[in-house]
Design a protein around this ligand. Structure first.
Ligand code: MN
Length: 247
């Protein structure tokens, strides 16, 4: 069956029931990237998603966990061969995490280097207060001929977004981004063919409840409204963007 929607960044394993989250994405026919935050979480996701038609599992090492989990880089290296998808990885210079920033840069550079060597990996990348250093590393280590980078919930400046576009990055946008002026400015400026949607569940809340896995309907509608496109055209644009990206 063909997918109907794209949720290219969701933490399915951070909902109470992983199997149920996977089933939710399948019943919505949402092509979902199940990102993980530590390499240790990868295998269980793969096992439970083995029969899923629409869920793909990414191998991750979240920048916010690098302070405690940098030692799992070795496990990351050995598991990388098992998947085309990598995430959540990246850099976070927010108040709670700048202390590990040097370690984060080492880990992220190594991840990019491994992806460059492997070729054809698809990465979902976090960049909080760190768009420029993320792009510096991507530019230096992972040329677009060697892998695809998707900037998840991009919150840098429009200038940084333009630089990411020039480097060939895609962007996965969620409904929360439309609530901020900067988010709307960025989403307005991006080329249509580089846009994907995401929930970033369960971190985004809808009426105090975590957003449902694969539930990108609002993100599609808000994107359509902001850009002045028909919702249906927007939905199929995002699907064809994913198709192009993975081709
Ligand atoms: Mn995330």
């Amino acid at each position: 069956m063909r997918p109907e929607l794209v949720d290219f960044h969701c933490h399915l394993d951070l909902y109470p029931d992983l199997a149920e989250s996977i089933a939710a994405c399948d019943s919505r026919r949402a092509a979902t990237l199940a990102v993980t935050t530590t390499p240790k979480a990868f295998r269980r996701n793969v096992e439970l998603a083995a029969e899923s038609e629409f869920v793909r599992v990414a191998l991750g090492l979240h920048p916010q966990l690098v302070a405690e989990r940098a030692s799992e880089l070795i496990l990351f290296e050995s598991l990388l061969v098992e998947t085309r998808y990598v995430g959540e990885v990246g850099l976070d210079a927010g108040p709670g995490h700048y202390r590990s920033f040097e370690a984060q840069k080492r880990v992220f550079a190594r991840v990019l280097d491994l992806c460059e060597a492997a070729g054809d990996k698809v990465l979902s990348v976090h960049s909080v207060r760190a768009a420029t250093p993320v792009l510096d590393l991507v530019e230096r280590v992972l040329p677009r001929t060697r892998g695809a980078v998707i900037m998840h919930w991009f919150s840098g400046s429009v200038r940084e977004a333009e630089r990411a576009v020039a480097l060939g990055c895609y962007f996965s946008v969620n409904q929360r981004m439309f609530a901020s002026e900067n988010g709307r400015r960025i989403v307005s400026a991006l080329p249509p063919e580089l846009l994907l949607t995401e929930t970033d569940g369960p971190f985004i809340k809808v009426e105090r409840e975590p957003i449902k896995p694969g539930d990108v309907g609002q993100a599609v509608n808000m994107l359509a409204e902001l850009r002045g496109w028909e919702p249906e055209v927007t939905r199929s644009q995002v699907l064809s963007n994913l198709h192009e990206l993975l081709a």
